[in-house]
Design a protein around this ligand. Structure first.
Ligand SMILES: [Zn+2]
Length: 360
């Protein structure tokens, strides 16, 4: 039975660290240079379990999208008290498990999907040596998506205009324009940044070391906010013809390719799983995002617009802020115990498939 979602990053972090230590995990914390909403220390915390010499390693990552870490953290604790506690010494020797807690700790603490630079980490892992990805149509609607005013009237007017765009181009094209990633509007949503973010550099610097002697790597990156309530879709960054996608089908039965338009997610540029092979060298990498549904897409989008407005034109520590944060939290983390229980059941299935695939 999973724990309830923490109210704050601080609580999630201290619960995770306490559980990991109690279960014999080897914990290393990587401090972030900024502090959190309550002035607290922020960090990426890594807890490792099992064989240091194992030829296979499984990464389970939370908080790539900050606020999505509330459920991700609860699910990681569920793994500590469930799968990791139950496995035999022999099983633990065969597979090292690495829990990465809060890849984007600033967003986690501030209840945002993005990081300290308003950057969506999963749009930041492009090749920064090459040309920027082309605009998918965000330019045209940027000022409607995040207007300067966020009064009830301004929201209503801009939302009506956006719905006209939906009517004109269709929902799939609209989703792509909004969410595939944009690199020109630094206060907009789904912004990919202007350089490698702190979390990007951290992964680049530590992924190889954390994978260690392993030659086979599995990655499950925990997300929320897309799809039907409680449903957990496995999303691959690879095309259906790629070997990693094929392995995913063998491990888990069903995987949806973002690239081939099978997924609840639009095809995006710069997701970190798409770059993970570069960081992990010659190892065989099988990576998926596990995306759990919360509320409908319009509610999710409205929360992201409000959050972007707050940080672009409002005051993130002012009187408007708590209500907007509550709205974002509700869009990405459901405090109904049944929701997290549903997620935990699905995660257990995905972990079982990963373990079988990595230790065969
Ligand atoms: Zn996400």
């Amino acid at each position: 039975m999973p724990n309830h979602l923490a109210r704050t990053y601080q609580q999630a972090r201290s619960d995770f660290l306490a559980d990991a230590a109690r279960a014999g995990g080897e914990v290393i914390s990587y401090k972030h240079p900024q502090t959190g909403l309550e002035g607290e220390e922020l960090a990426i915390d890594v807890a490792q379990f099992g064989g240091g010499e194992a030829s296979s390693v499984l990464f389970v990552v939370s908080g790539t999208h900050g606020v999505e870490g509330y459920s991700g953290s609860a699910l990681q604790r569920h793994l500590i008290s469930g799968y990791l506690a139950d496995r035999s010494a022999e099983q633990a020797a065969a597979l090292r498990v690495v829990l990465v807690h809060a890849l984007n700790p600033v967003g986690f603490s501030w209840v945002r999907r993005v990081n300290e630079d308003n950057v969506d980490l999963n749009r930041n892992f492009i090749d920064w040596g090459g040309p920027l990805p082309a605009d998918a149509g965000y330019d045209e609607i940027a000022d409607l998506v995040v207007p300067q005013e966020w009064s009830a009237d301004a929201q209503e007017a801009s939302t009506a205009q956006l719905l006209e765009v939906v009517a004109r181009v269709g929902l799939a094209d609209f989703q792509a324009r909004i969410s595939s990633g944009q690199y020109r509007h630094k206060t907009g949503i789904f912004y990919g940044g202007a350089e490698k973010t702190w979390s990007h550099r951290w992964l680049e610097d530590h992924a190889d070391m954390l994978a260690g002697s392993a030659t086979k790597v599995g990655i499950v990156d925990l997300h929320t906010g897309l799809g039907p309530w409680g449903h957990g879709e496995l999303i691959s960054h690879e095309a259906r013809s790629d070997a990693g996608y094929e392995r995913g089908i063998q491990w888990w039965g069903e995987v949806r390719s973002m690239a081939d338009g099978e997924s609840v997610s639009a095809a995006v540029t710069g997701d970190w799983l798409g770059r993970s092979q570069v960081f992990l060298g010659q190892r065989e990498v099988t990576a998926v995002a596990l995306e759990f549904g919360t509320v409908d897409v319009i509610a999710v989008l409205q929360s992201l617009r409000a959050d972007a407005w707050l940080h672009a034109y409002g005051d993130p520590t002012g009187p408007d802020a708590p209500a907007i944060r509550a709205k974002v939290r509700a869009a990405f983390a459901d405090d109904d115990p049944l929701w997290i229980e549903t997620l935990a059941v699905r995660l257990d299935e995905v972990i079982a498939g990963s373990v079988a695939g990595l230790t065969n």
